[in-house]
Write a protein that binds this ligand. Structure first.
Ligand code: NIG
Length: 381
């Protein structure tokens, strides 16, 4: 069935030829976009929906979350707000709670967060393992993730489990664990940071994953400058995420690569780090994505709109840059072309704002502006 959305005050297509249109219309043909263009030339359809001058954009593509977890880290957050520094070790608290949870509890918690994200306009979401850290717990995390998320990443190399020997744990990740999760995941990731995995260990994990045909992602340069960005670019990772502390060489390497720099502004704020140098990256010509990094430790929000608002008000991105980065940029970070755009053939993932333009995302900070959402052509709200 074809649905014609009319009365669009501003249509962000992210398509270089269609551009941003005023007084536009959009046809959803089943699960895909059938047509996008000026209202005056709109074709007929089975059903019409008038959005009365509102802005329409592609659904958010949230390319970085950690939502297969149980438990709570409010106490750690409170300690941080009282001056304690964020460190990788907090992950172990969530690992204990996740291991103790049943499959049903993990699946229900994941579903609740995915629904929370969708209600705010997220229509494509990546999530990761990484709070299991045993073969069985990583494999079940990956299986559970696949039932609710669009993209699943193996992050067995999130933390060396307390008490384990680092080199033996990397052997396990590169062998038995990778074999167990591979059927459920498209991506592999590593937390390349002081307190997590060093350069040599990270490279071993990424190369083992690439040999099994998985795409690569890296958590890098979150807590200080380090080898994460360089490694990600050398191994043609789809994305290196965080990018909070970058040398000039890191920025240049990203600008001349196919690796997306994914910025996580809610995480930088919630961990009281410096804010990632988005402007420097953009001015150098790097591709920047924005994502929520929803997780119970460093960034407990599913709100991509909050990230867009912060990117404009604090990272000095323009509204158009921030919206692109949270839609087409997220898609680029997942090496996908079917989401993040509103053009014929794209997935019918539509976000209608209760505002006449995307500028209101920054102009009205903190105001919930999601009016309605379609995912794969089905109206969610
Ligand atoms: O992306 N950096 C590593 N992983 C998460 C944090 C997870 C946690 O603290 O539980 C992140 O910030």
């Amino acid at each position: 069935m074809a649905v014609l959305i009319t009365g669009i005050g501003e249509l962000t297509t992210n398509d270089p030829e269609l551009g941003k249109l005023r007084d536009a219309a959009l046809v959803l043909d089943g699960e895909t976009v059938g047509w996008a263009g000026p209202a005056a030339r709109a074709p007929d359809a089975d059903e019409r929906v008038d959005v009365e001058g509102r802005a329409v954009l592609p659904g958010w593509v949230d390319s970085h979350t950690h939502l297969v977890f149980a438990g709570d880290r409010t106490a750690e957050f409170e300690a941080r707000m009282a001056g304690q520094a964020y460190a990788a070790g907090g992950i172990a608290v969530t690992v204990d709670a996740t291991r103790a949870a049943s499959d049903e509890q993990l699946a229900a918690n994941l579903r609740r967060h995915v629904e929370e994200a969708a209600a705010q306009g997220t229509t494509c979401l990546e999530t990761k393992t990484g709070y299991g850290l045993t073969v069985a717990d990583e494999a079940r995390s990956a299986r559970i993730a696949g039932a609710a998320a669009d993209e699943v990443t193996f992050l067995g190399a999130h933390l060396v489990p307390p008490g384990a020997d680092a080199e033996s744990y990397v052997d396990l990740v590169c062998g038995e664990m990778l074999d167990a999760v591979a059927p459920y995941v498209r991506w592999a990731d590593v937390f390349c940071e002081t307190g997590a995995f060093d350069e040599a260990q990270s490279a071993r994990v990424l190369k083992a994953a690439a040999e099994r045909g998985l795409g690569l992602r890296v958590h890098g340069n979150q807590l200080g400058e380090g080898p994460g960005v360089r490694l990600a670019v050398e191994l043609d990772a789809a994305s290196v995420d965080h990018c909070t502390y970058l040398s000039d060489a890191d920025v240049e390497a990203l600008a001349s690569s196919n690796t997306v720099a994914t910025i996580l502004p809610a995480c930088d704020l919630s961990t009281r780090q410096a804010l990632a140098p988005a402007r420097r990256l953009l001015d150098a010509g790097a591709t920047v994505a924005l994502a929520s990094n929803a997780n119970p430790g460093s960034s407990y929000t599913t709100s991509v709109a909050f990230c867009v608002t912060t990117a404009v008000l604090q990272l000095r991105m323009t509204v158009d840059e921030a919206v692109w980065s949270a839609t087409a940029g997220g898609a680029r970070a997942l090496r996908r072309e079917d989401v993040g755009y509103l053009r014929p053939g794209a997935r019918a993932d539509v976000h209608v704002l209760d505002a006449p333009s995307t500028t209101h995302l920054a102009y009205r900070p903190g105001v919930p502006l999601t009016h309605s959402v379609w995912r794969k052509g089905a109206k969610l709200r």
